[in-house]
Write a protein that binds this ligand. Structure first.
Ligand SMILES: [Zn+2]
Length: 761
């Protein structure tokens, strides 16, 4: 009987599909997600274009070029009658996004005839290969299958599907995987950043907007469409849950509207419900991932909710077998071996492959979209309500940026950053008074009574990260990422929060070209640019990429210097300064271990490399070490300073990415052009102790108390009165140790000047 039933069903499905819609198999030459296969970017783009040619349920749009010049695309999927009216729906979104111009009665009228807009974004982290494959398979199914849920989705939802937020990485990973297939290195992560500058940090870029991919997606999709839901699809490690979905863990940024946080709880839990009902095991909610920073949650400050899923990874496209004893004992928020309310069916080992990842994602996507369809009017009403709540914010009433600033270039950078995120900025025509202060004509005003006031507020205020512990009195609970994002401190711009309402004659400012561009600040006196090398280890380092990006952005020339270049010696004939980015000492000294990577990639600088560096300094060169690499210098170059926080437990001393106050030695050449007190980015940074008889100069020193400027700090007494930046003479040259990230993720422009000054002889 079963057989008899199955055959006609297959025939019926085939009859429904328009003959011209190409199957993924026919296009790619294999089932998408088959073991040991990965799809490439140009093939993927070609497939989406072929779908568009064959179906009236999809419209493919180009949204710009990647860092390395590949096309980025977004596919709009909905019923044909909806796709014909995309302009109208886009206008509707714009009206609902601004309750200042759209009264409630008009909003109600719009909502009655409107659709929910959901954006699904894939594979920003390119080794998390599953979701680009799911995008292909899911799009094909949505165009060719008919079932009640898909019908509801097509009718009431406009899906914006971005098959990859990082197309360069799709090809980087595919190429590496192809080269290593069938070798002992099959399934290993590629030995290069999968986004040219940011690597894995590319999803921490959603408020500084430094990378081409971020800028394309914000200008072409987020700021135009303001989706009610943005669902970003990721993968996690292989040894715990099969999939994470919100509710998020604490903390939740106070500037995120509670309706949005609650709606992520609701939709996420609904997705877990559908996965469990479909028989999928290992689904966890309310674990690991928090809702703190705008770096990953752009839409949550622009009226939309953020959904994330994190599927367990295989070894790229190579299946793996997880033994029961390999399942983690603990994780944040749940025990992977135990049943709990948020992890009802533990996954305790077995085979795992891309096809499993795709199967989970397919159910999760359908669930998210179907919930958006059936709760369409709620989502739209609450989208309007969240924007109205934001525009009604009264405390503070505004932020004011005086036109009198130490660095107009960085003031412009800050203003342009806010404006890129749709923040409305006014410029005062005359002097005005606010909170008892007089501000000169030309000062900038950012009023909080605007839909994206919360975005401005979280970027302009100091963060107070809650003191979360694993258990009462226990060690700190690690934040998912860092804890601070205060742009005025990162850029050294004076910004005042104004409490009382005030009057000022002002006009909307959309261009800040009257201020100098930031890269005009960074020029070398007399045009004599030092010859700079940036060390590049075989092990890819995000901070190395960020350093390159910052140098290129500011127009500072550099050479990438690898292990072989250092080992060849004769460095002083080629360079004046060598920078070591933030990385572990082992990644410099030892690199990849023998057998863990193809032979030419293994090894580090070793003793011979350290000797070449010492010779470079002895002959007059400057060795500059950033953050984690300082421990390499202290150890391998036998420096007479000590890292006072080395070996302390997180219970004693903890700085997981925060802004700390330091005082600069005003007369030191490294402090040139900077105020005496600044905030620096400390992220597990070394803190230097200088023995009394040591020939080392302090450039930046922590105060006795009150170290924390923004974020979270435990155990300030361990850093109090000690040093964050020191210069140690070495022969005719010097070694400069930055106990900070002076060019942190293309954000800390003020302390970047310290690094810039360090380049000069
Ligand atoms: Zn990821």
């Amino acid at each position: 009987m079963k057989r008899l039933f199955l055959v006609p069903a297959v025939l019926a499905a085939a009859a429904l599909a328009p003959a011209a819609v190409p199957t993924p198999e026919s296009h790619f030459g294999h089932a998408v997600g088959a073991d040991r296969t990965l799809i490439g970017w140009s093939q993927t783009v070609a497939y989406f274009r072929a779908l568009q040619a064959a179906s009236d349920r999809i419209a493919v749009r180009d949204i710009g070029r990647t860092t390395e010049g590949r096309p980025m695309i977004a596919a709009f999927l909905s019923a044909p009658e909806n796709l014909k009216q995309l302009d109208r729906y886009q206008r509707n979104q714009k009206r609902l996004a601004d309750p200042r111009v759209t009264p409630p009665e008009e909003a109600a009228r719009i909502i009655a005839g409107h659709k929910a807009v959901v954006m699904i974004t894939c594979s920003i982290h390119s080794t998390e290969v599953g979701s680009t494959h799911t995008a292909v398979q899911f799009a094909y199914r949505l165009l060719t299958e008919s079932n009640p849920k898909f019908d509801a989705i097509l009718k009431d939802v406009i899906l914006i599907l971005v098959p990859s937020l990082n197309p360069d990485g799709v090809d980087i990973v595919k190429s590496w995987y192809g080269r290593t297939l069938g070798t002992p290195f099959e399934g290993a992560s590629p030995p290069e950043l999968y986004q040219k500058y940011a690597g894995h940090d590319n999803n921490r870029d959603w408020y500084i907007f430094s990378q081409a991919e971020t800028r394309n997606v914000v200008t072409q999709l987020h700021n135009v469409w303001r989706p009610q839901i943005v669902y970003d699809v990721h993968q996690q490690g292989p040894y715990a849950s099969r999939m994470f979905i919100p509710p998020w863990l604490d903390p939740i940024d106070p500037n995120v509207d509670p309706i949005l946080a609650q709606s992520a709880n609701m939709i996420g839990t609904g997705m877990a419900y559908d996965l469990t009902a479909a028989g999928r095991k290992g689904v966890v909610i309310n674990a690991i991932y928090d809702f703190w920073t705008p770096a990953r949650h752009y839409q949550a400050y622009h009226g939309g909710m953020r959904i994330l899923s994190e599927s367990a990874s295989a070894r790229l496209a190579t299946p793996m077998v997880v033994r029961p004893d390999q399942i983690s004992q603990t994780s944040h928020g749940y025990l992977p071996r135990e049943r709990s309310w948020n992890y009802l069916e533990p996954w305790l080992g077995g085979e795992w492959r891309v096809a499993d990842i795709m199967a989970d994602q397919m159910i999760a996507w359908e669930s998210c979209l179907f919930q958006a369809a059936i709760r369409r009017t709620d989502l739209l009403r609450n989208f309007y309500a969240v924007n109205r709540n934001n525009a009604g914010r009264t405390s503070p009433s505004a932020f004011v940026i005086s036109s009198k600033q130490r660095d107009p270039g960085l003031t412009r950078k800050l203003l342009e950053t806010l404006a890129f995120g749709s923040v409305e900025i006014e410029k005062a025509g005359d002097a005005f008074q606010a909170d008892g202060q007089t501000y000169p004509a030309g000062s900038y005003i950012i009023r909080m009574q605007q839909p994206y006031g919360g975005f401005a507020k979280t970027l302009l205020e100091r963060q107070r990260y809650p003191d979360l512990r694993l258990y009462p009195g226990g060690p700190p609970r690690r934040p998912y990422d860092v804890t601070a994002q205060t742009l005025p401190l990162l850029m050294g711009v004076d910004v005042a929060a104004i409490d009382a309402p005030f009057e000022a004659k002002s006009t909307r400012a959309v261009s800040f070209a009257e201020l100098p561009a930031v890269n005009q600040w960074f020029h070398f006196p007399g045009g004599r640019a030092p010859r700079v090398a940036i060390y590049k280890s075989h092990m890819p380092q995000m901070d190395e990429g960020w350093t390159r990006w910052m140098f290129e952005h500011l127009g500072i020339a550099y050479t990438s210097l690898g292990n072989s270049g250092v080992l060849a010696g004769n460095l002083h004939a080629q360079f004046d300064a060598i920078i070591f980015p933030d990385q572990t000492p082992a990644s410099i000294h030892s690199g990849y271990g023998r057998g863990s990577m193809p032979e030419p990639l293994t090894g580090g600088l070793g003793e011979k490399g350290a000797a070449a560096l010492k010779a470079f300094a002895a002959e007059g060169g400057s060795l500059i070490f950033l953050n984690g690499s300082c421990d390499y210098a202290i150890e391998r170059l036998s420096l007479p300073v000590r890292n006072a926080v080395h070996g302390l437990s997180s219970r004693e001393y903890y700085v997981p990415g925060s802004l700390l106050n330091v005082r600069l030695s005003a007369r030191h050449r490294l402090a040139r052009g900077l105020p005496e007190e600044i905030a620096i980015w400390n992220e597990d940074s070394p803190v230097f102790q200088i023995p009394q008889d040591a020939a080392a100069a302090s450039v930046a020193r922590y105060p006795a108390t009150g170290l924390l400027a923004s974020g979270w700090l435990l155990g300030e007494k361990y850093a109090a009165n000690l040093h964050a930046l020191v210069e140690v003479p070495a022969g005719k040259g010097k070694v400069i140790l930055f106990g900070m990230r002076p060019q942190y993720r293309a954000q800390s422009y003020q302390s970047m000047k310290l690094l810039f000054n360090a380049l000069m002889p």
